[in-house]
Design a protein around this ligand. Sequence first.
Ligand SMILES: [Zn+2]
Length: 358
Amino acid sequence: MPNKNEVIDSHLQSRLDNYIAETSKFCAQPSVSARSEGTKECGQLVVEILKNHSLQVQSFQTPGNPVIVGRVKGRSSRTLLFYNHYDVQPPEPLELWTSPPFKPTVRNGALYARGAKDDKGELIARLAAMDAVRSANGGELPCSVTFIVEGEEEIGSPHIAQFVQENLSLLKCDGAIWEEGSVDSQDRPVLSLGRRGILAVELEAQTMKRDAHSGGASTLPNASWRLLWALASLKEPDERIRIPGFYDQALPPTKYDLELIAAQPSDEAQVRAEFGLKEFLRNATGEAYKRAVFEPTCNIQGFGSGYQGSGIKTVIPARATAKVDFRLVPNQDPKDIFEKLRHHLNQEGFSDVNGVGA
Ligand SMILES: [Zn+2]
């Protein structure tokens, strides 16, 4: 009698061509949400696909593209929810495609098409996995499963929050799995149990009405310096963030978190090689390197000010901007952190530096 894993493997092997054909058909249907190209048709195709996998399917109109929900009852009282999306990014520039984006083509053992990755291939892979688990459990799933498949992820999901609020009982679940996963450098599937949150801020210093000649630099205020000093006040060279109260609510990892991290293989060598690094910040290595994922961060994404063309221009910039992001850990509230950032800048004498949170 084969064990369950063998049943799962043989189910997938024997139907692999069908799943690839299903993925191809799905990818051949354009669904570019940025310009509403084919999205309604693709939503209808999702309904058919979910029905083919024996889910009970409902399609919901929203002010944008339809949201499709598929459900199947399982043995236990628990429910696992999968989030996926059927829309794709615009495929341009077309000249960089070896085969057309909406004409799925197999090359070197891989299927090439817009959406084959992110997120149509992932949806079919999940349905295939569900079929296989079902076949290994006498036709029944160990728990109930809900799929929610939307068509506006690539444009920032403008209607999903309202949809979720209006359909809480339909979407009630004990665990939710995001749209995709990855495989590490040694071909092991990665199971992520969470992500840090984010606060993104644009900072701006405006010191004069217009740029001036640098001959005036002994008396005229330079916006680049102003913003650089403000930015320098945010973090110590040892990476400690200086905003008062920044760490107050931050939850440290639990004992179980640390056990999981300790059992996880490290990608340290690979990341070092990828970025050409001799060492990581604070010389983090081993467990310290792996545990760093539990810490909040302050990162400058970009800085813009003054003359950046070739050669020299003797100018004092009147305006400088920077984009900054903070990765936040559980219990840190982005609104609260934004207020603390504002307070810190004021306290440090930078009330003239404007900040807009996103
Ligand atoms: Zn996606």
